[in-house]
Design a protein around this ligand. Structure first.
Ligand code: SF4
Length: 501
């Protein structure tokens, strides 16, 4: 049975209570409660897990041994609302870092180092005893966030599996690895040195048949009941003796990761069903906005205010648009100059970007007026469009100071007929994109790399490669925000201009 998820903004607490509901499929329930009343949320899980590493206690020793939970059940614990969101964002930074690393084609060793660093930087906690809790809570929150569409599920599944693999490989001891195997009900034991000597020849034959190097004395093998590894048995990838399969460490990683993947895949579908059938509606005023915003969260620094290099005046805008605007903004800028008009989505995307790079309200009004009045006339501009510009600057309506859109937001927009907003790497046809890149000055070699990333749907990476091709310097952090593109570009171009002056 599923329950709606409810967060309490005042008490800022939610609790998680697990109920075991059957032998095969078990489900967890997160309870969010107020001091005076209690409401609850559930997340789908497959079978209960025994948390030998004591989840909610302050027992630091319990988490001293590095481990990976199997995430089969949500633990019963209380979490502050702000942690609910911030833990998820921290894990998202790790997953996005992995995604960037993979799409940049990093090698296995580079990826191992990257994942280790990402995990160390983002998933730490001031209390050692809370590290494991943070790991589990962040995973369950992101399940809710990423269960909602096929694309989101695919991405989350593939990043979580990659993370799992790298973490499993980096477990220091055979004991820690065995503990994880037990979480997956794989009841293996490490093969002793003496036993290894007895079967060394047979293990060597199997390795030879798969074209792998012969196992050495320090190689780790596990002995597991053969029915637990049917794929390895069917593929004749293991030596079997007296009902036990002798599984090499590299096979264990892939086998455990496959189990992890299949369990997570099932639970994401179940979570999605519950999300659409009840949770989304019941939580529309509290949890739903947080969950919906999380997958398009911008994870970089605050770029809503103009910075050192981010101030433009009207007289420079044409030249600066050419040199430092990312393609999404350059396209809108050019279209505005050409048609003297942009539809609402385009006005918002470009208008907030210009505000973020330092165009003040008076200049913004003058800029839009100069273009729009050519098409709709001065009177209509003042009546119908000037209000929205002042509104963006927080001078009308609710007086909210609106912030520029991140790449995630721009990429996930859905431009209709006649709209010019969105991310060209995602929304342009290949032919149009090539033409636009060529107008920007991207050479044909770099263009091939950019188009290759676009075909693989790595839009921000395609934008990063464009930046690198145009500026001639690497952009290791990647492009995450159109205003970041602008600032980074100005940082490179401004000193060059100053020194040549
Ligand atoms: Fe704009 Fe970001 Fe797309 Fe680049 S990746 S074009 S900055 S939305």
């Amino acid at each position: 049975m599923w329950f709606p998820a409810i967060l309490c903004p005042r008490a800022q607490l939610f609790g998680a209570v697990i109920q075991k509901l059957g032998k095969q499929l078990k489900r967890a329930q997160f309870w969010f409660r107020r001091r005076t009343r209690r409401t609850k949320i559930a997340m789908e899980i497959v079978r209960p897990q025994s948390h030998r590493n004591s989840l909610s206690s302050a027992n630091d020793a319990a988490v001293a041994v590095p481990t990976i939970p199997s995430y089969r059940s949500a633990p019963p614990l209380e979490v502050r609302l702000e942690d609910f969101e911030s833990f998820a964002i921290d894990r998202l930074r790790v997953l996005k870092g992995i995604s960037d690393g993979m799409s940049r084609g990093k090698k296995q060793e580079e990826m191992e180092k990257l994942v280790k660093d990402l995990w160390r930087v983002n998933m730490r906690h001031q209390h050692a005893s809370e590290v494991l809790n943070k790991d589990i809570i962040s995973h369950f929150v992101l399940r809710l966030v990423y269960c909602r569409t096929e694309d989101l599920r695919k991405w989350f599944l593939s990043m979580e599996c990659a993370l799992f693999r790298y973490r499993f490989r980096s477990l220091y001891t055979a004991e820690a690895q065995r503990a994880v195997m037990e979480e997956f009900d794989l009841s293996g034991s490490a093969v002793t040195k003496m036993e290894f000597q007895d079967i060394k020849e047979k293990l060597g034959q199997v390795a030879r048949s798969m074209g792998q190097p012969l196992p050495t004395l320090d190689a780790i093998f596990y002995k597991v009941p053969f029915e637990e590894v049917p794929e390895l048995v069917a593929g004749r990838k293991v030596f079997i003796k007296q009902g036990y399969a002798y599984v090499a460490m590299n096979q264990v990683v892939s086998f455990v990761a496959t189990l992890f993947r299949s369990q997570l895949s099932k639970t994401l579908i179940l979570t999605n069903r519950k999300w659409t059938s009840s949770i989304r509606e019941q939580e529309k005023h509290r949890l739903t906005p947080i969950v919906e915003a999380l997958c398009s969260s911008y994870l970089g620094p605050d770029l809503s205010q103009p910075r050192e290099y981010a101030e433009i005046s009207l007289k420079d805008i044409d030249q600066i648009a050419k040199s430092s605007f990312p393609l999404c903004m350059r396209h809108l800028f050019d279209k505005l100059k050409e048609d003297h008009h942009l539809k609402h989505g385009g006005r918002m995307q470009l208008g907030l970007f210009l505000k973020g790079v330092g165009l003040n309200l008076d200049d913004a009004l003058a800029f839009w007026r100069a273009e729009f009045s050519k098409k709709v006339g001065l009177e209509k501009f003042e009546k119908e469009y000037a209000y929205n510009i002042r509104h963006n600057y927080g001078k009308e309506g609710k007086r909210t100071d609106y912030t520029p859109y991140s790449c995630q937001k721009v990429i996930s927009s859905t431009p209709g007929a006649g709209d010019q907003h969105g991310c060209p790497y995602r929304h342009f046809s290949e032919e149009n994109l090539k033409a636009a890149l060529s107008r920007m000055g991207v050479n044909s070699r770099a263009m091939e790399d950019v188009i290759d990333k676009v075909r693989n749907r790595h839009y921000q990476l395609a934008c990063t490669l464009t930046f690198e091709a145009l500026h001639g310097v690497p952009c290791d952090a990647g492009i995450n925000h159109p205003n970041q593109y602008f600032i980074d570009s100005q940082k490179i171009l401004q000193p060059k201009k100053d020194s040549s002056a």
